[in-house]
Design a protein around this ligand. Structure first.
Ligand code: SAM
Ligand SMILES: O=c1cc(-c2ccc(O)cc2)oc2c(O)c(O)ccc12
Length: 338
């Protein structure tokens, strides 16, 4: 009854204005993502970084690979990017543009950057499943499969060298942000004490394994991934690579590392994988190291929103990011179901 009454009461004017502003912001959320992609593809952050000091619009335009850019459109894109605080402007006889702390992360020459991660998320093939969220709710398929004629993600990526490189670069760049914390955490907690061998399941290009071997030379690391992944990785004297499917077998080792791996699977498959890992490590003293996002549903943490977005993203493929309780439940279930 109360809710019916509420329906009849008009919203206060400022509430309606705020509501409108919020909805408009969400309707045009895609404009922010895709204008950011445009800036990366044009190489504007790289141009500003290389120049080393603020530049006018025409100075930036001169460095674009486009022969005669439409300056009016380019200006409007730069104006929007300034509004997004990706660039800042310095007033003077002629306005100049400069990088901000955020857009420094879009410079390819920086060791830590988010360029390939942004480009893979905003790749047309990865955006398509977002139009198929309802197919995922209907439950017979995943949004990815519904939007890609039933072709699984890694089959699609594996057949397209450019797409495949982008995917690997994105995973590698994402990992480069967390490896130092991983290595520090392992050192502080003595996680790798007594560990002489480690298998990095779904370890891709081995960026985590290489960091572990460098920091803990007593640990011999082996990366296990699909054959097409392993075959494309340049050989490394410090890290071994083996081809395999986690559902078949995990090579024996003192420890198993899974980083950004279990999030690709639902609970039933994750339990199967956890059991394969248990078989691979010694019953006494064997270690399982899981490095994953923890979803914060209260939204109090700075990265709450991107983590919830990543959860939706993984949902496209049948996986999920998990809350602390979901991780606890999964690991408890895996302990009991063998
Ligand atoms: C999101 S990437 C994570 C890569 C790496 N661990 C990292 O954090 O950068 C997931 C990796 O798991 C691999 N993968 C997916 N399913 C697999 C399976 N069934 N067996 C082995 N590797 C698999 C993929 O090829 C991919 O390299
Ligand atoms: O099937 C997948 C897909 C992904 C994936 C694809 C594209 C992205 O931008 C992010 C993630 O990740 C997976 C994964 O990490 C895994 O362990 C298994 C399967 C998949």
């Amino acid at each position: 009854m109360d809710s019916m009454k509420n329906d009849l009461i008009p919203l206060a004017m400022d509430e309606e204005i705020q509501g409108q502003a919020q909805i408009w912001k969400h309707i045009y959320g895609f404009a922010e993502s895709l204008t950011l992609k445009c800036a990366i593809e044009l190489g504007v952050p790289d141009i500003l970084h290389k120049h080393g000091k603020p530049m006018t619009l025409s100075e930036i335009a001169d460095k674009l690979t486009i022969p005669s850019p439409n300056m009016d459109r380019f200006h409007r894109i730069m104006r929007f990017l300034v509004h997004m605080k990706l660039f800042t402007v310095i007033d003077g006889p002629e306005m100049k543009y400069a990088l901000t702390p955020a857009s420094k992360l879009l410079v390819r020459a920086e060791e830590k950057n988010l360029v390939s991660f942004a480009l893979i998320q905003l790749h047309a093939d990865e955006m398509l499943p977002w139009h198929y969220l309802i197919a995922g709710i209907e439950g017979q398929t995943t949004p990815w499969l519904a939007s890609h004629n039933g072709v699984p993600y890694y089959d699609r990526v594996g057949k397209d060298p450019e797409y495949y490189k982008l995917h690997n670069d994105a995973m590698t760049s994402h990992t480069s942000f967390v490896v130092s914390a991983l290595v520090q955490g392992c050192a502080k907690e003595g996680v790798l004490d007594g560990v002489r061998s480690l298998v990095d399941v779904g370890g891709s290009t081995g960026v985590a394994s290489k960091a572990i071997t460098n920091a803990f030379p007593h640990v011999k690391c082996t990366v296990m991934d699909f054959a097409h992944v392993v075959e494309a990785v340049p050989k490394d004297p410090k890290v071994d690579f083996v081809a395999g499917d986690v559902f078949d077998c995990v090579p024996k080792a003192d420890a198993v590392l899974m980083k950004s791996f279990l999030h690709g699977f639902d609970d039933d498959d994750s339990i199967k994988i956890l059991n394969k890992c248990r078989e691979a490590i010694p019953a006494k003293g064997g270690k399982l190291i899981i490095v994953e996002i923890v979803v914060d549903i209260d939204g109090t943490l700075e990265f709450a929103r991107p983590r919830l977005c990543m959860d939706l993203e993984l949902g496209m493929f049948g996986g999920k990011e998990r809350t602390k309780d979901e991780w606890k439940n999964l690991l408890t279930k895996a302990e009991t179901i063998r």
